[in-house]
Design a protein around this ligand. Structure first.
Ligand SMILES: C[S@@+](CC[C@H](N)C(=O)[O-])C[C@H]1O[C@@H](n2cnc3c(N)ncnc32)[C@H](O)[C@@H]1O
Length: 213
């Protein structure tokens, strides 16, 4: 959690400058109903579209069991449904964001959990995980990658964004490379793409295949 001012936008600033999870969840709780209007409508948020597209490049089976980790209101899930995926579960720490996602009736399960802590989910459960907008300032630490790997099947896919700036400043890039050099996962694709277009913010889209044990 940091105190750095990342944006001139007050709503975004409250989310990015939370100093603990209570503050962060309170910010998301207050934002949940307006989140899509603000992000997609005003800030030009497009990372959910790019994530679903990146997944289609590597996951052909439309019945794959996919976890939308840090699902928020379900923007990524909606895109996945548009691409024909049928078997989605949702996870978020914010009860209010998760409730918005639940209202979309696109996920078969809604899990309220903290991605920075051990998850009550069995090993090797998911064929794929998407995680968009959640590896960023003050949200989920690089330790979160370890849990995502644990609950993904060997040979499964993990597709996520890391916000520009946080990639370098918060140790995400370093941890991604370490997991690769330790043969925990293999890089399939990584590229810079728009995140909040109107705020001129980009992110890295990262796609990894989990190695066999
Ligand atoms: C920027 S939103 C992105 C939501 C959604 N993936 C999207 O693309 O619109 C980040 C989400 O991560 C969730 N989040 C933040 N920290 C978390 C944590 N430690 N564990 C689980 N979810 C977390 C927030 O509640 C919020 O819903």
């Amino acid at each position: 959690m940091g105190k750095t001012k990342i944006s001139d936008n007050k709503t975004l600033d409250r989310v990015y400058t939370a100093t603990n999870y209570q503050e962060l969840m309170s910010a998301y709780g207050d934002w949940a109903k307006q989140y899509e209007n603000d992000t997609v409508g005003a800030f030009g948020y497009v990372a959910h579209i790019a994530t679903a597209k990146a997944l289609t490049d590597v996951v052909d089976d439309k019945d794959s069991l996919i976890l939308d980790a840090g699902c928020g209101t379900g923007l990524v899930g909606e895109q996945l449904v548009e691409h024909g995926y049928t078997n989605l579960e949702a996870l978020d720490y914010s009860a209010e964001m998760l409730k918005e996602a639940e209202g979309k009736n696109i996920y078969s399960r809604h899990i309220q959990a903290d991605l920075s802590k051990p998850l009550d989910i069995p090993n090797n459960k998911y064929d794929a995980i998407v995680c968009t907008g959640t590896f960023t300032y003050g949200h989920v630490t690089p330790d979160g990658f370890d849990e995502l790997v644990r609950i993904t099947k060997p040979g499964g896919t993990i597709c996520f964004t890391v916000r520009e700036g946080a990639y370098e400043d918060h140790g995400y890039g370093e941890r991604l490379e370490k997991l690769e050099s330790d043969n925990i996962w293999k890089l399939l694709n990584k590229f810079d793409t728009d995140y909040l277009k109107e705020e001129n913010v980009s992110c890295k889209m990262c796609v990894y295949r989990v190695c066999a044990e």
